[in-house]
Design a binder for this molecule. Sequence first.
Ligand SMILES: [Mg+2]
Length: 451
Amino acid sequence: MNSGTGIRRDYRPADGLAYLFLDFNAYFASVEQYDHPELIGRPVIVTPLQSEHTGAIAASYEAKAFGIKRGTTVREARALCPGVAVMPARHDRYVQVHKLAMAEIERYLPLVKVYSIDEAAFRLSRSERDPARAIETAKRVKRGIAENIGPALRASIGLAPSRLLAKLAAERVKPDGLTVLELGDLPGKLADMPLTDIPGVGAGVAARLARSGVDNFTSLWNLQPKRARAIWGSVQGERFWYGLHGFDVHEEPTKKSMIGHSRVLTRDHEAPEKARIVARALLLKAASRLRHYRLYAGGLSLSMRQRPEGIWEAAQRFSHTQDSYRFLNALDEMWARYLRVGERDGGGPRIGGVTVYLHHLKSHESAAMRQGDLFADAEHAQTDAKRAKLWRLIDQINADPEEKFRRLSGADAEKAKARHISLASQSGLDLNYLGAKIAFSRVPEEAEFLY
Ligand SMILES: [Mg+2]
């Protein structure tokens, strides 16, 4: 049914435990233990660089027992635990193991959505939604991972009527948890949950909630949906409310509405000029996915979380395109605006997180140009088509290092090789799965690409 707010949802909360949310514990460190069995049961940290001053991007539970956390420097970790194993990050490997794990879990349950490299939601069939059956299924998943992949990979599982509640349930017990959350358990069972631990409640929303007198889970639970919408300042608040109250809020499963990437920035990248490099890399990655899905974007949004607080957001529309140069130009314009505002406000603030997403997506078939796109002009369209072709070529080369230049002939291959060299500073990095630490220093500027 349509609630009249743009949110499609079921008529009433989902019947029983409709979702299983799985969150691998200390995932990067666990994969290191999986590949190096002698490290199982031992303190392990994973670092983005080989340096004593770099911060850990993951710590095994054995390391956590010594007080080591994400962000603890190698030097501090060695002081806390002299025997700690320090492993350099291998993002490609973490992606491989992620795929193995997902394939294993999909033997038992259909995948609904991958949230990150170590988190995903699965749907339970109608017949397995009562607690006894759901727990049995969850145990089968855990056993499958342990027996068919390896005991080093442990996961916390949450079972609940909505994906949001299932995720909150998974958060409750770590490592190796299995938590059931039924509507009748609420709000009591989550009464102690800090609001900022809830996905969808960022620092900005938490501050607005606090100003409305909502500073704990129970009062959040007691909000009315319209009130949530007002506090969030968007329909997102109402969507959140429904998820929290166990409604199975549908996201359009087949039709994408946006493609984006988001990163938390470490201290090393919080200066605007560093954050800009990260934003550009995220945007290039999003654009590559856009082309992969054969979609065209008509808008770009940029959102930056500032330290110590605040959010800055901007959006720009343009004629539908797949051309990364156009996206980078739009980003640069928004960035310049951000810097001007920063100057006016007395120095650009430090940036704690950056999100970029492409929206107003159209598929090839909808022929954006012919249908009188508001922003289109013919000259642009031609340049765009050429550049999009070039970018698809680059996508191909980057996605398929084995094939590399084999399928290309003569001049194309020479051009492609030159471009591939230009993109080398990103090689070996999968931005989909890059951890909190951004481990590269630069992304090529447009001028460095060879035509
Ligand atoms: Mg995890």
